[in-house]
Design a protein around this ligand. Structure first.
Ligand code: GLU
Length: 472
């Protein structure tokens, strides 16, 4: 990165400083919150074919004000210490914003996961986990990894298995990592959680009539146009749920191989099928191929969702962005230098540390499930449904009318795990946005939602430090 660009961590620090000025908190406390508490850089050898490769990897614990620390593990060639530090810091603020009682952390392994076989990836993952165990950097009460860019439930299963092998008999071992396969101590709804959270968050943002009026839009999600950059786990589920449950029209998609545009809406399932068959999103029937994949970011649309990596909206392309709302599904997609240009245009930037917090929220539910050793809904599902059946029966008796079987089954349903997870996630995203918006609306000096989100997070973290007896 050249000298005139801020590094990713420096960008986070810049945004932090901007918000810190509005808090009136003591300097020492702000400094303690801002720094990364522990940075573990490691190199380890893994035999790939006939050769040994030295793998570079990291785990950063940004803040210990609450334990365990929490955050995903990224597999990408772009991984470096600055990036992992920035992502770990964002986790601290993210957890505070959605009231998930963890400190922030992040891990990274500098590899291209597509260049390895599953067997080789398993070797790398198990070795990385072993390094974490050796340094006491993993455990249900210490530091709990999760999926991030380039990893998924498969890697989390390997992590748990390695941990449990070393920690034989540790009763809460399953809580050492989240995002595990549902059959292996995972939780329903975790895979789609970040995307579902992005949808709930955007729907809440769009529900405020006055805010929408300012950017020339009607309240509500229905009929809004959306462009998604990155069709991975987060981008795909955001688009899918926004279309199905929000009535959004997906008009543009960008991926590694290029970008497409279709004015009257892209059929997402058909696009996924097309990509599976041809290996590319390009040449999708009825859609236009864009010249460069970055062009998708500049399409005219109501909501732009960058859902891949950091720094895709830069000082250079910011002036050409035409979206009215940007939902930062990825972490750090807007370079700090680009922010002012976008804000001056009146664009509503819904910050990463709020809008993509659905993943860690459901990770928290998974961790609670692991510690309780019981699936959600087991105790109350039948009890509730019996109670509702009695109620419906009483209504029928008193009115002399019969409720049809379909309606009856809806009315008497007890909540399954997935219902509880999604409703907990919805409550979390709605409540957190209201808190951030409240900070924003009440202050005449705070100019954007990111700063408001930071202020909200800093207030909560500082009161945690005070409760610990540090910085009384
Ligand atoms: N990697 C996700 C994030 O950036 C999820 C972290 C977690 O579930 O701990 O928020």
């Amino acid at each position: 990165m050249s000298n005139n660009h801020l590094s990713f961590f420096a960008s986070v620090e810049r945004n932090f400083d901007k918000a810190a000025a509005h808090t009136g908190l003591p300097k020492g406390l702000l400094e303690q919150i801002k720094v990364c508490n522990a940075v573990y850089q490691m190199r380890f050898p893994v035999k790939i074919g006939n050769e040994y490769q030295v793998i570079e990897a990291y785990r950063v614990q940004h803040s210990h004000h609450r334990l365990p620390t929490k955050g995903g593990i990224r597999y990408a060639t772009s991984v470096n210490q600055d990036e992992v530090m920035a992502l770990a810091a964002l986790m601290t603020y993210k957890c505070a914003i959605v009231d998930v009682p963890f400190g922030g952390a992040k891990g990274g392994v500098k590899i291209n996961p597509r260049a390895y076989t599953p067997f080789q990836l398993e070797k790398i993952t198990r070795r990385y986990t072993t390094e974490l165990i050796r340094k006491n950097f993993i455990g249900p009460g210490i530091d709990v990894p999760a999926p991030d860019y380039g990893t998924g439930s498969r890697e989390m299963a390997w992590i748990l298995d390695t941990y449990a092998t070393f920690k034989h008999g540790e009763i809460d071992a399953a809580g050492c990592v989240t995002g595990k396969p549902v059959q292996q101590n995972g939780i329903q709804g975790r895979t789609a959680a970040t995307g579902r959270g992005v949808f709930y968050g955007l729907r809440e943002v769009c529900s405020f009539k006055d805010d929408m009026k300012k950017i020339g839009l009607e309240a509500g999600m229905e009929g809004k146009t959306m462009v998604v950059q990155g069709l991975g786990n987060v981008g795909y589920h955001t688009a899918d749920i926004s279309i199905r449950e929000g009535g959004v029209k997906l008009i543009g998609v960008a991926e590694y191989e290029g970008a497409i545009y279709k004015k009257d809406g892209i059929d997402l399932e058909a696009l996924v099928k097309h990509r599976k068959e041809t290996g590319s999103i390009l040449d999708f029937p009825g859609a236009k191929n864009l010249k460069n994949r970055e062009d998708a970011l500049e399409l005219e649309c109501d909501i732009l969702v960058p859902a891949a990596l950091e720094n895709v909206i830069t000082k250079e392309n910011a002036k050409r962005i035409k979206a009215k709302i940007i939902g930062e599904a990825a972490n750090g997609p807007i370079a700090a230098e680009a922010e002012d240009t976008l804000l001056k245009k009146g664009i509503i930037i819904v910050p990463d540390m709020y809008i993509n917090a659905g993943g860690v929220t459901v990770s928290y539910f998974e961790w609670l499930k692991n510690l309780s050793h019981m699936r959600f809904g087991r105790m109350e599902k039948r009890f509730n449904s019996n109670t509702y059946e009695n109620l419906v029966g009483t209504v029928e008796r008193l009115t002399g009318k019969v409720i049809g079987p379909k309606e009856k089954s809806i009315l008497t349903k007890g909540a399954d795990e997935i219902d509880l997870v999604n409703s907990g996630l919805e409550e979390t995203m709605v409540e957190a946005y209201r808190q951030i918006r409240d900070v924003f609306v009440r202050s005449r000096k705070i100019e954007d939602l990111r700063t408001a989100a930071f202020v909200s997070a800093l207030r909560k973290i500082s009161s945690d430090y005070q409760n610990l007896g540090i910085f009384p």
